[in-house]
Design a protein around this ligand. Structure first.
Ligand SMILES: [Zn+2]
Length: 132
């Protein structure tokens, strides 16, 4: 059986020291592919760079719903440019987070809806963040 890790954050700098070891352990456990999920411009760019560096690594680009306020038109264009890489197979993080006590997520729904509409037009899988 082949396994595919559809959602991980290997772009996090915490993996700088043992990135190759993590990939080795995943391979030894039977993981044949890994999707590195971007959560903002910086991490999406890093996810694509990492995906392009090794076979079996793929990337998705997007904004975590709690950071949707940073998702400007310019930022969306940046993600669309990143998505031209053949290693980008999905949009995400994207979605609606749990409504926090401060009400932040609820106020970000209009931006998230705009992202959904835009990304759905670009012919990629959308990996939806959904927390209840
Ligand atoms: Zn995630």
């Amino acid at each position: 059986m082949k396994l595919f890790d559809s959602h991980c954050h290997l772009d996090d700098r915490i993996y700088d020291k043992d990135f190759k070891d993590v990939l080795s352990r995943a391979k030894n456990a039977g993981v044949s592919g890994i999707m590195i999920v971007g959560v903002d411009k910086k991490s999406s760019e890093r996810a694509v760079t990492l995906a392009e560096s090794k076979p079996g690594l793929y990337a998705s680009v997007g904004f975590h719903p709690h950071d949707a306020k940073e998702c400007s038109k310019e930022a969306l264009q940046f993600l669309i440019k990143l998505a031209k890489s053949p290693k980008v197979k999905a949009w995400g993080e994207i979605g609606l987070g749990k409504i926090r006590k401060d009400g932040l997520s609820a106020s970000l729904r209009p931006q998230t809806n705009s992202i959904f509409r835009l990304f759905s037009m670009k012919g990629r899988v959308t990996e939806v963040f959904w927390r209840f």
